[in-house]
Design a protein around this ligand. Structure first.
Ligand code: PEP
Length: 253
C-alpha cells in the first residue's frame, strides 16, 4: 500500500515570531519544488498566526504542539482546539514524550485531547515511545501497546483516518542517538499489527507511522527505506531550513 510520506518539524519552545518568519520564508523557497511529500511545521503557540499568514498559498501544513480538551472557560494558560483552528492549524501534536515527562500527561489525558482535537476537525500526530529503561528491560512493545490502547480508547476507524502515529523512542530524542532503521521498523511493524487487531485492515494499512528521534539529513533515507516508516517527526534538525529541507527532500538523495 502506498502511503504519502509525511515530514513534520516540531520547533518545541524555540523561535520568536520574527525568527519563525525568517525560517519559514527560507523553507518555502528550499522545498517549493518538492512533490508527493506532506510537510508540516509546529511552531510555538505565539508564532502560529504569523506563520499561518506566511504559509498562505503553499501546501505546508500548520501544526500546534499541544491543546486542552475544553472549548473555553476558566483554564488559565491553556489553549483550546477551537482557538487552534482559528489561527490556521490543521494538525496538532498530542502526547509528545516531553509533555508526558515534564507536564504529567497520561494515557487518559492524551485520550481526552485526541477526542477534543478530532471533534473540532483537527488532524493529529499521536506520539508514543519507550524510555531507555523500558527498552533495556525488554518492555518496548508492552509500553507502546499500553500507550496505543489508552490513547485511542473509544475511537473508531473514521477517527483513525485523521491521525498519524509518531513512534519516538525517548532515548533517541534530542540525544543524537537514532534508532537504527531496523530497530524503528520492528516497532512500526508492531504498531501496524496492533492497529490491525484493533481496527479494520483498511485503516491499519492506511495509517501513517512517523519515526522521531534525532532524525537528520544523513539518516532519513535509511529510515524511509523501511516498509512501515512513512515519515518523520523532527525536532532539532527542523530549526534550520537547510537541514529540514534536506530531510523533506530525502527522495533526491
Ligand atoms: C521530537 O522532539 O519530536 C524529536 C524527535 O526531537 P529530535 O529530532 O531533536 O530528537
Amino acid at each position: 500500500m502506498r502511503r504519502l510520506p509525511f515530514i513534520a518539524g516540531n520547533w518545541k519552545m524555540n523561535k520568536t515570531v520574527g525568527e519563525a518568519l525568517e525560517l519559514i520564508r527560507e523553507l518555502k523557497v528550499a522545498i517549493a519544488h518538492v512533490k508527493e511529500v506532506e510537510v508540516a511545521v509546529a511552531p510555538p503557540f505565539t508564532a502560529l498566526y504569523a506563520v499561518h499568514k506566511e504559509l498562505e498559498g503553499t501546501s505546508i501544513r500548520l501544526a500546534a504542539q499541544n491543546l486542552y480538551w475544553e472549548e473555553r472557560g476558566a483554564f488559565t494558560g491553556e489553549v483550546s482546539p477551537l482557538m487552534l483552528k482559528e489561527v490556521g492549524c490543521q494538525y496538532v501534536i498530542i502526547g509528545h514524550s516531553e509533555r508526558r515527562q515534564f507536564f504529567g500527561e497520561s494515557d487518559e489525558t492524551v485520550n481526552r485531547k485526541i477526542k477534543a482535537a478530532l471533534a473540532q476537525g483537527l488532524k493529529l500526530i499521536f506520539c508514543v515511545g519507550e524510555t531507555l529503561k523500558d527498552r533495556e528491560e525488554a518492555k518496548t512493545f508492552s509500553v507502546v501497546e499500553r500507550q496505543i490502547e489508552g490513547g485511542l480508547r473509544g475511537l473508531g476507524d473514521k477517527e483513525l483516518r485523521n491521525m498519524v502515529i509518531a513512534y519516538e523512542p525517548i532515548w533517541a530524542i534530542g540525544t543524537g542517538k537514532t534508532a537504527t532503521p531496523e530497530q524503528a521498523e520492528e516497532v512500526h511493524r508492531f504498531i501496524r499489527g496492533k492497529m490491525d487487531k484493533l481496527h479494520s485492515r483498511g485503516v491499519s494499512e492506511e495509517i501513517r507511522i512517523q519515526y522521531g528521534g534525532s532524525v537528520t539529513p544523513e539518516n532519513i533515507k535509511g529510515l524511509m527505506n523501511q516498509p512501515n516508516i512513512d515519515g518523520a517527526l523532527v525536532g532539532g534538525a527542523s530549526l534550520k531550513a537547510e537541514s529540514f529541507s534536506k530531510i523533506v527532500r530525502f527522495k533526491e538523495m
